[in-house]
Design a protein around this ligand. Sequence first.
Ligand code: 4NP
Length: 149
Amino acid sequence: MKILFVCLGNICRSPLADGILRKKVTESGLDAEVDSAGTAGYHIGEAPDPRMIQTAKNRGTDISFLRARQFSQGDFDAFDRIYVMDHSNYGNVVRLARNQADEQKVSLVLELLGTDSEVPDPYYGGQSGFDHVYDLLDEATDKIMESLH
Ligand code: 4NP
């Protein structure tokens, strides 16, 4: 199973989801590949936002080694499931879908928690936004782990 998380910049939300799920997969010994990407190219090659790195570190997750990249159409071939953080990401990813099979791989990550709500972008806010994003993605990645067993 190959799982991709997508947000806008690939420096806050999706690298966090990537790091949390990678850790859970590694600890469980399951065979799954995890990655993340951004719909925008502003931060290509950059490490995650220092505030997100610190928030993750405080909770025992290292994301400092991840580097931002931009989502591309080839990701529909490389991944089985593509989880996006918000409706804007959804539109930007689905716009690149070549067929229904591509489109069906894409879903809002919080649908895993039974809602169609968004993982809020913490970029312009304070620390509580980063902690909230961690809580949401910790819970959502637990659901992904359950689905991999
Ligand atoms: P992310 O957050 O999509 O969770 O990585 C953002 C990071 C950077 C920007 C926007 C959102 N930006 O506009 O640079």
